[in-house]
Design a protein around this ligand. Structure first.
Ligand code: ZN
Length: 305
């Protein structure tokens, strides 16, 4: 029995590291010189949503160039692309996602003691981070640093000074919203940048194309590896010896319930003093306008309750 258990654990470890090109986001910040083409960054604990169901909200303001209803359609389709994937066992990924309704709040935030929203918001009036010209989107994930459980994920789309389009015929200098969102949805679920250039999760986007709308087998292997069934999540060995934990029963509400408004004022200052703060992480897909486009991974760490 002991031997069998050991063998099983070995298989779980050995298969993904040998055969895949997808990478999982971990609780540890990427080193500044990290490049995914060298292989996955594996320090820290794997991130995952524990519940069988999660939800998101599109900010009601939409974008000046893309009205709310149009943005919602594209974003819903992008999430559906991931949910419609077929895993190796013939089933869909073991997590369900739904649009829980528009969000009045357009802030990236996590309320540790009150209701939340996993918002998708457009930034029309400038990009509030560095690299405004080379960043297309940013997904900020708040998680439990001791387990890797995701508590909240907020996605920002850089619609300032960007020729974002929802057309199937993307102009040569255009940026396909569905491609950008489909890539960011991978981050929403806990995937990091892939090492395979054919993957939607690879860190580059070629303007004028819809290439990232379609998942590669590697992207599908990635989400199926985290969410093999609706009742199991694959986690780091430090969290569970057999690398799986039982998922929580389906409740798509954000942590501590859904609220459309921003709820309580931000409380980072107060929470920063707590002994075990939750870390927050952000991955960004960015594209250089010049050549084919190199996406840069960037992470941000903030302290929240
Ligand atoms: Zn990215």
């Amino acid at each position: 029995m002991r031997f069998m258990l050991a063998a099983a654990a070995l298989c779980i470890v050995a298969v993904p590291t040998a055969a895949h090109a997808y990478c999982r986001t971990t609780t540890q910040q990427l080193p500044p010189d990290y490049r995914p083409t060298r292989g996955c960054f594996t320090k820290g604990l794997f991130l995952f949503w524990r519940n069988a169901c999660v939800s998101y909200s599109v900010n009601e303001a939409g974008s000046r160039s893309i009205p709310y209803e149009e943005a919602k359609r594209v974003i819903d389709d992008s999430f559906a692309t991931w949910m419609g994937a077929t895993c190796a066992d013939g089933d869909s990924p073991g997590i369900a996602v739904s649009n829980i309704g528009p969000s009045k709040c357009g802030e990236v935030r996590y309320n540790g003691d009150s209701a939340n929203q996993n918002v998708i918001v457009f930034r029309d009036d400038g990009w509030p981070y560095s690299d405004p010209n080379s960043t297309l989107g940013l997904t900020t994930v708040t998680f439990n640093a001791d387990t890797g459980e995701i508590y909240d994920a907020d996605m920002e789309i850089n619609s300032s000074a960007r020729n974002l389009t929802t057309s199937d015929q993307v102009p040569a200098n255009g940026f396909d919203l569905a491609s950008v969102v489909t890539h960011e949805v991978g981050h929403f679920f806990g995937l990091a940048h892939a090492t395979d250039a054919r993957a939607t999760m690879f860190a580059s986007y070629k303007p004028g194309t819809t290439a990232l709308r379609t998942l590669s087998p590697d992207d599908i292997a990635g989400i199926c590896a985290i969410y093999p069934t609706s009742s199991l999540r694959v986690v780091s060995a430090e969290v569970s010896a057999n690398q799986t934990i039982v998922a929580d029963a389906c409740d798509p509400s954000p942590r501590r319930g859904f609220i459309s408004e921003c709820a309580a004022p931000k409380t980072e200052e107060k929470c920063a003093a707590t002994p075990r703060p939750t870390a927050s992480w952000a991955a960004s897909g960015s594209v250089a306008l010049a050549i084919a486009g190199i996406l840069v991974a960037r992470r941000r760490r903030t302290r929240t309750g």
